[in-house]
Design a protein around this ligand. Structure first.
Ligand code: FAD
Ligand code: NAP
Length: 359
C-alpha cells in the first residue's frame, strides 16, 4: 500500500492516522517514531484480545491495524458462534466493540500497514507505509490469514450473496438448500461434511480426479449419503438471479473436455486453501511449509525470543474468531511473562545501588 493512500483516507476508516502530512516543498516533517513495551500487528480478534490483556497488564500496547481494521470479521454479516451473545450479532459491530474495549483499557490504535521489519535484535523496529517507525520491546504478530478465492468477477459480485469462503461461519444460512463446496483438500472435505448438518444436498467439486484430503476424511465423505462428488470440473462462473439477487447456479467447465455444464445451488463455498499474511517474516521467523508461523506447542512463542504469534497466522486448523481471541490472550500473557523475566535479568545484573566503597 502506498503512503499516499493512507493520507488520502485520513479519518475515514481508522482511529488515528500517523502518516506525516507533507508540509510543502521546503519543510519535510521527520517520520514519527512510536515506542512501546508491546507492539501488536493486526486488529482482528487475536490482535485486539492481546491488546486488551496487554493494556490491563500495564504494557500500554500499540496496535498497528493494517489495511483491514477489525480483520476478517468486518467483511461478514451475521456472527452466531461467538460466545456471549444470545442474539445474532454483526461482524463489523463485534469488531468495533473489541476495538473500543481495547482502547478503553489503554491501547493506542494506529492506522498504518507494516512493510519493513528488523527483528535481528530487541527492541524490534518496524516501519509502516506511512514512514512511521514502531519500536517494541516485544512483538505480537496477529496478521491473520486470508482465504484464497478463485478470483472470478462473478465470485466477487456474489460474495455474501451465496458465495462464501467459510462454511463453519455461514453454513447455517443455507439450511435446507442445495450447496456446493469447491476444493479437494482437508478444508473442502470438512466443509462438505459440515454442510450436511444444514443441507441434504451437498456437492463437492474438484478440479482433478482424486482428493488431496486425508484418507479418513475421504472415507467419511464417500460414505455420506447426502454428498456427491463431481470430478474434473472448475467453476467458470457463479450465476446470480432472483430478487434480491443471490447465487442460483454454478457454471462448470470440465478440465479434460472443456465441456460446460450447470449445477443449481444456492450456496457456493470456496475452500481452496488459505494464505497466512507472513511474507514480511519469511527468512526471519520459522514458518511451516505453507507459510504459517511456527509456535512452540501449547504457547505462542515463535522461533525468536520476544516475538509471539496468535490467531489465524499461526493456526491452520481452527481459524475461528473465538480461537483467534483465545490465542491473542495467550500471546499477551506469554509476552508479559517474557518481559517480567527480561526485566528481572536486567535488574539482577545492574550495578548495586550502594557500592563497597560507599559502605
Ligand atoms: P484477522 O481477522 O485476519 O485480522 C488480521 C489483521 O492483521 C487485520 O486487521 C489486518 O489489517 C492486519 N494486518 C495484516 N497484515 C498487516 C501488516 N503488514 N501490518 C499491520 N497489520 C496487518 N469466524 C467465526 O468464529 N465466526 C464467524 O461467523 C466467522 N465468519 C467469517 C466470515 C468470513 C467471510 C470470513 C472471511 C471469516 C469468518 N470467520 C468467522 C473467521 C474469522 O474471521 C477469523 O478466524 C478471525 O478473524 C481471525 O482473526 P485474526 O485476528 O487472527 O486475523
Ligand atoms: P490445501 O490442502 O492446499 O487444498 C486446496 C485444495 O484446493 C486442493 O485440492 C487444490 O487442488 C484446490 N485448489 C487450489 N486452487 C484451486 C483453484 N484455483 N481452483 C480449484 N481448486 C483449487 O488447502 P486446505 O484444504 O485449506 O488445507 C490447508 C492445510 O491445512 C493442509 O495442510 C491441511 O492438511 C490443513 N488442514 C487440516 C485440517 C485437519 O487436520 N482437520 C483441516 C483443514 C486444513 P489440487 O488438489 O488439484 O491442488
Amino acid at each position: 500500500m502506498e503512503g499516499r493512500r493512507l493520507l488520502s483516507a485520513a479519518g475515514e476508516g481508522g482511529k488515528s492516522v500517523v502518516a506525516p502530512r507533507t508540509a510543502g516543498p521546503y519543510l519535510r516533517p521527520m517520520p514519527a517514531t512510536h515506542s512501546t513495551r508491546m507492539l501488536i500487528l493486526g486488529s482482528g480478534p487475536a490482535g485486539l484480545s492481546a491488546a486488551i490483556y496487554g493494556a490491563r497488564a500495564g504494557l500500554a500496547p500499540i496496535v498497528v491495524q493494517g489495511i483491514q481494521p477489525g480483520g476478517q470479521l468486518t467483511i461478514t454479516t451475521d456472527v452466531e458462534n461467538y460466545p456471549g451473545f444470545a442474539d445474532v450479532i454483526q461482524g463489523p459491530w463485534l469488531m468495533e466493540q473489541m476495538t473500543k474495549q481495547a482502547e478503553h483499557v489503554g491501547t493506542q490504535m494506529v492506522w498504518d500497514h507494516i512493510s519493513q521489519v528488523d527483528l535481528s535484535e530487541r527492541p524490534f523496529r518496524l516501519k509502516g507505509d506511512s514512514g512511521a517507525v514502531y519500536v517494541g520491546d516485544v512483538l505480537v504478530i496477529a496478521t491473520g490469514a486470508q482465504a484464497r478465492w478463485l478470483n472470478l468477477p462473478s465470485e466477487e459480485h456474489l460474495k455474501g450473496k451465496g458465495v462464501s469462503a467459510c462454511a463453519t461461519c455461514d453454513g447455517f444460512f443455507y439450511r435446507g438448500k442445495k450447496v456446493a463446496v469447491i476444493g479437494g483438500g482437508n478444508t473442502a472435505v470438512e466443509e462438505a461434511l459440515y454442510m450436511t448438518n444444514h443441507s441434504h444436498d451437498v456437492t463437492l467439486i474438484h478440479r482433478r480426479d482424486s482428493l488431496r484430503a486425508e484418507k479418513i476424511l475421504q472415507d467419511r465423505l464417500f460414505a455420506h449419503p447426502n454428498i456427491k462428488v463431481i470430478w474434473n470440473k472448475v467453476v467458470e462462473r457463479f450465476v446470480g438471479g432472483g430478487e434480491p439477487e443471490g447465487l442460483v447456479a454454478l457454471e462448470l467447465r470440465d478440465t479434460k473436455t472443456g465441456e460446460l455444464s450447470a449445477l443449481d445451488v444456492e450456496g457456493g463455498f470456496v475452500a481452496i486453501g488459505h494464505s497466512p499474511a507472513t511474507e514480511l517474516f519469511r527468512g526471519r521467523l520459522e514458518l511451516d511449509p505453507e507459510g504459517y508461523i511456527v509456535v512452540e506447542t501449547g504457547t505462542t512463542r515463535t522461533s525468536v525470543p520476544g516475538i509471539f504469534a496468535c490467531g489465524d497466522v499461526m493456526d491452520k486448523v481452527y481459524r475461528q474468531a473465538v480461537t483467534a481471541a483465545g490465542t491473542g490472550c495467550m500471546a499477551a500473557l506469554d509476552a508479559e511473562k517474557f518481559l517480567a523475566e527480561a526485566d528481572f535479568e536486567v535488574a539482577a545484573h545492574a550495578p548495586a545501588a550502594t557500592s563497597l566503597q560507599d559502605a
